[in-house]
Design a protein around this ligand. Structure first.
Ligand code: ACM
Length: 560
């Protein structure tokens, strides 16, 4: 029998099996020791697929119990100790987040059926005895889903919350607005979601200039009640929602509804790339966005809101008299300084609502940060290190290897993607806290995050294919703060030596259509039509991107 303690993913700090088993049955109770009152609900909620009652009991009966020990000084917020013995399971945690992590580990020790919505007949919930002692190295273990380029319905987000929790990711960053769609209801300004949430067509191939579009409307938005629900569901699973309103660039969809707020494109775009649809960095815009942020924070009281800041084309700011006058009034030397000023004004608004501003790294370069702002460094190691050296908290999000919307191999049958490849071994080899950095710089790395940009990911099936198993291996990197060996000696994933090979059984039970190690199933490939893989995708798009950024006054350099 496989030693399931050796198949845990992320890999735990220590995990040892001993002789014996415990079976969770209809007689298993949950004991809340003094101080842990109310925490048994977490156990029932996260183990609903077992179809066991798991009642709260004063003490273990003959069938044994899961016993929760809350010991605030036992470790860090997310650490846990889990001991399975022949009369039950003992869990020691410092907080409820530790308990959530412990239960997700317990699920991985149980048969894979725990990841099915209902177990097959005859499944016994038998766990091998043993002990796990575990704590994460990094506190920000994030996943970003771009729901602006393609809208994914609420049920997909709830499913992804479950999949992220399975891998002990603890942040879900939703990229909710972009040139091609605005996905947040506004009750104060309903024209924003009515107009901004849909487009008449979608660009098909990667060639922007050739301009092939599908002629099919695409859209959707989340009501504030939907977002509140996703937030609550994620919170129960140890995941904090990080909503993003991308500003001041990437704003064409907002400007379709409120053209007076911006310059450049005033329609919901149907194609990809960097657009000139940019909001004016003026007090009226700050006030308007502030109202939208207030509505969002009323529904989703999260400590982190992402304000974007990336890829902002500022040429039209320079030629707008009102903007120039405001720049002069503020005594700012150049239009680019308004980028930083605008983001700081919105960051201050967030601060009044007890939320920290998160931004892409361009905002670091233009001075758009408050002291406690968090920088997502997507343009490589150099800008990440400079932000850390300047004393800002940094989340590592470099294109290579955290943009999981990039190809997974050079095989011609891969489906079209934005760039790449970023192979599983490359993901496994990522060093999130570089040894070459100084201790002070290293201490600023909160963690890492993978990105799912969805220009070319239109369906949940394709999303699964692109994210898994790479997101599983990156979860191990995030949890342990160092490169992963979970995919086996050669990180190939199919050699049966790593935890990943066993983990694929869990993914399959959960219905995840992951990419097989040998390449796509025939129905996962790009075929010969508009979705065929395009050669030469390796760096071209990135180089073009960086040229455009520097063109607009942003001195950030790419080391990717
Ligand atoms: C980004 O890829 N524009 C953050």
């Amino acid at each position: 029998m496989t030693d399931r303690y050796q198949t845990l993913l992320p890999r735990p700090g220590s995990a040892t099996a001993v002789n014996g088993t415990y079976e969770l049955t209809a007689g298993t109770g949950v004991v809340e020791t003094p101080g842990a009152e109310g925490m048994s609900q977490v156990v029932r909620e996260l183990l609903t697929s077992l179809r066991l009652p798991l009642p709260t009991v004063a003490q273990a009966g003959p069938a044994g119990a899961v016993t929760i020990h809350l010991e605030p000084t036992s470790g860090t917020a997310e650490s846990y100790r889990l001991r399975v013995h022949e009369r039950g399971v003992d869990i020691v945690v410092a907080t409820v987040d530790g308990l959530v992590n412990a239960i997700h580990t317990l699920r991985q020790l149980l048969p894979d059926d725990t990841w099915r919505a209902a177990p097959r007949a005859g499944t016994h919930w038998v766990v091998a005895c043993g002990e796990v002692t575990d704590a994460p190295a990094l506190t920000w273990r994030g996943a970003m889903l771009d729901v602006a380029r393609h809208f994914f319905p609420k049920r997909t987000l709830l499913r992804y919350v479950d999949l992220l929790a399975m891998h002990r990711y603890n942040r879900l960053h939703l990229h909710l607005t972009d040139d091609q769609g605005w996905r947040i209801e506004s009750r104060r300004h309903p024209e924003v979601h009515r107009v901004g949430s849909h487009r008449p067509a979608t660009q098909l191939s990667r060639d922007r200039k050739a301009g092939r579009h599908d002629g099919t409307p695409h859209g959707g938005y989340y009501t504030l009640d939907d977002l509140a629900e996703i937030h609550a569901y994620a919170q129960e699973r140890g995941i904090t929602l990080v909503p993003e309103i991308d500003l001041p660039g990437h704003s064409s969809a907002l400007l379709a509804a409120r053209p007076e707020l911006g310059v450049g494109e005033h329609r919901v775009l149907t194609g990809w790339g960097i657009s000139a649809g940019v909001v004016k960095p003026l007090p009226a815009t700050v006030e308007f966005i502030g109202e939208l942020l207030d509505e969002l924070l009323d529904a989703v009281p999260t400590p982190y809101v992402h304000l974007g800041g990336d890829e902002c084309v500022i040429t039209d700011w320079a030629s707008d008299p009102e903007i120039s006058a405001y720049q002069k009034e503020l005594g700012l030397a150049a239009p680019i300084d308004l980028h930083g000023h605008f983001l700081r004004a919105l960051g201050s608004h967030l601060k009044r609502r007890a939320a920290r501003m998160v931004v892409w790294d361009e905002a670091f370069v233009t001075g758009g940060l408050l002291d406690d702002s968090i920088v997502m460094a997507w343009r490589g190691d150099s800008v990440a290190r400079r932000a850390a050296r300047a004393g800002y908290d940094v989340v590592r999000t470099p294109v290579y290897p955290t943009y999981l919307n990039y190809d997974q191999s050079d095989l011609p049958e891969e489906p079209m993607a934005q760039g790449g490849p970023i192979t599983l071994p490359e993901v496994a080899a990522f060093e999130p806290v570089p040894a070459a950095w100084s201790p002070a710089e290293r201490s600023r790395v909160l963690g890492l995050q993978f990105q799912a940009w969805t220009e070319y990911i239109a369906s949940e099936r394709h999303l699964d294919y692109m994210m898994f198993p790479r997101a599983g291996v990156l979860a191990d990197v995030a949890w342990n703060g160092r490169p992963s060996t979970a995919a086996g000696a050669d990180s190939g994933g199919a050699d049966g030596t790593g935890a990943l090979a066993a983990h694929l059984g869990r993914l399959a039970a959960a219905g995840v259509e992951y990419r097989p190690a040998a390449g796509p199933h025939p129905w996962q490939g790009g075929g010969t039509g508009d979705r065929r893989r395009q050669s030469g995708s390796t760096m071209g798009a990135e180089i073009e991107l960086h040229e455009r950024i520097s063109e607009h006054g942003d001195v950030g350099t790419a080391s990717t």
